[in-house]
Design a protein around this ligand. Structure first.
Ligand code: GAR
Length: 197
């Protein structure tokens, strides 16, 4: 059976373990998506995963543009050139603006290492730990113009241990995050965006 694979572009800023999970899944015969390009805002270590899989990759640095609007226009131009159905923010640590959001309406998903709407922003794990929560987790959301305010598609809880550090908790969250992100993307490609509640 031939599977028609939905093209996706993945945005990263860091080590790219979520990207790696997506790339490994995309090698399976039944996988409904293919990663057609990876875009980073810095020379992210995770770009090595794209390199290893022979996937085109780009670094589009904010500092190389006169303002965020121009940077967003370039991000949109690069992403659009691959004609993806979905953008996946897999540890992309900057807020996207109108040029990208308008190019992919309701087609951008983000993964976040906390149970939104609690602890949005770039330090979700640190902030949850500092607050003293006993349960945290991971959220996969649709991206809107706010900071982690988009519609929640899926979540999984992770118990916080008394001796957890930011690193140990984040690592346990990521163990749940990678399969969740893969599963959400598979569902989106197979069934489309779930209806709003
Ligand atoms: C992931 O845990 C992701 O949820 C987080 O960055 C990590 C990237 O890990 N994103 C955010 O905090 C966004 N607010 P990775 O580079 O190993 O995939």
């Amino acid at each position: 059976m031939t599977v028609t694979r939905t093209p996706v572009v993945v945005f990263i800023s860091g080590s790219g373990s979520n990207l790696h999970a997506l790339l490994e899944d995309s090698r399976k015969p039944d996988c409904p998506f293919r990663v057609c390009a990876v875009v980073a805002d810095v020379a992210a270590p995770g770009l090595a995963h794209a390199e290893a899989h022979g996937i085109p990759h780009h670094v589009v640095r904010l500092a190389d543009f006169p303002d965020r609007e121009a940077w967003n226009r370039e991000l949109a131009r690069v992403a659009t050139s691959y004609a993806p159905t979905y953008l996946v923010l897999a540890g992309f640590m900057r807020l996207l603006g109108a040029p990208v959001l308008e190019a992919f309406p309701d087609k951008i998903i983000n993964t976040h290492p906390a149970l939104l709407p609690s602890f949005p922003g770039p330090h979700g794990v640190r902030d949850a730990l500092a607050y003293g929560v006993k349960v945290s987790g991971v959220s996969v959301i649709m991206v809107d113009a706010g900071v982690d305010t988009g519609r929640i598609i899926a979540q999984e809880a992770v118990t916080v241990a008394d001796d957890d550090t930011v690193e140990t908790l984040h690592e346990r969250i990521k163990e749940r995050e990678r399969p969740l992100l893969v599963s959400v993307l598979r569902s989106l490609c197979e069934q489309g965006v779930p209806a709003a509640p």
